[in-house]
Design a protein around this ligand. Structure first.
Ligand SMILES: [Zn+2]
Length: 256
């Protein structure tokens, strides 16, 4: 199911309803049916990154080996990113941080430390605005380039991984990411670690879904995440899962 195939099916259904109206005099209300179905498909496809509706997002690896990857969105964060980094260091674990450009300003040393510690940095747009999905292709490119420049000025590397904010995709976002040659990275385990759920529920949600090739989505902006991360690392160790970088899990390049 893609945006294109859904649109073609939609137009075809409109044609059939139109012909039935013309030849058999069916009620005009029948037009509401394909419109409604189309709307449902577009809303589902745009808000579900795993659906690959507008763009091909990598949400897991097909490997049967017990390997998983850990990712953190929405940082860098003065309070929580350092705690995440020291926990990862203690456990000799590598992760990927999808940073928001506006959060880099004033936190440049954290970005440097993420890189120095051997983790990967990915693009999560500059503003992460709630209204970002109304931007056109040029607007999305500006969002990506601004953050790319900020990171480049600190670590001297151009990011190639991009995670769309909220996992929402649009045709303009897809076009911008394609033109700038980004790998789109989704997830298949959403921890929901920034919700009101308590740590125990979050831990259970994550651990229950761990399987070979999984990509876990955490946020380095929440106090709860520290303990959840600790338990996830312990679970992985006890159950023979190796936590590897996205590069290793997916066999892709992280930087230009
Ligand atoms: Zn985000």
């Amino acid at each position: 199911m893609t945006f294109k195939s859904t649109s073609i099916t939609f137009l075809f259904s409109l044609l059939i309803v139109g012909a039935s109206y013309y030849f058999f005099g069916i009620s005009l209300w029948w037009f509401a049916l394909p419109i409604l179905v189309f709307k449902i498909f577009v809303i589902y496809g745009s808000s579900t990154i795993q659906s690959n509706f507008h763009i091909n997002a990598i949400c897991n690896s097909k490997t049967s080996e017990k390997q998983i990857a850990i990712t953190f969105d929405d940082g860098p964060n003065k309070e929580h990113t350092p705690k995440v980094l020291s926990l990862l260091k203690e456990n000799n674990t590598k992760a990927t941080f999808f940073v928001i450009g506006k959060n880099i300003i004033g936190n440049e040393t954290l970005v440097k430390q993420i890189n120095d510690d051997g983790h990967t940095i990915g693009n999560h747009t500059f503003s992460h605005s709630f209204f970002i999905d109304f931007k056109n292709t040029k607007g999305f490119k500006e969002e990506l380039n601004k953050t790319s420049d900020l990171v480049f000025n600190i670590i001297g590397k151009r990011m190639k991984l991009f995670r769309p904010p909220y996992g929402v995709t649009t045709p303009h976002l897809a076009k911008a990411a394609k033109q700038l040659n980004y790998n789109i990275i989704g997830w298949n385990i959403r921890s929901l670690d920034t919700t009101n759920d308590n740590e125990e529920i979050i831990v259970q949600r994550v651990l229950q879904q761990i399987k070979p090739g999984a990509i876990i989505l955490f946020h380095d902006t929440s106090e709860k995440t520290i303990n959840v991360l600790k338990q996830t690392i312990n679970f992985a160790k006890q159950n023979g899962f190796k936590i590897v970088s996205l590069q290793q899990l997916l066999n892709i390049t992280n930087y230009e």
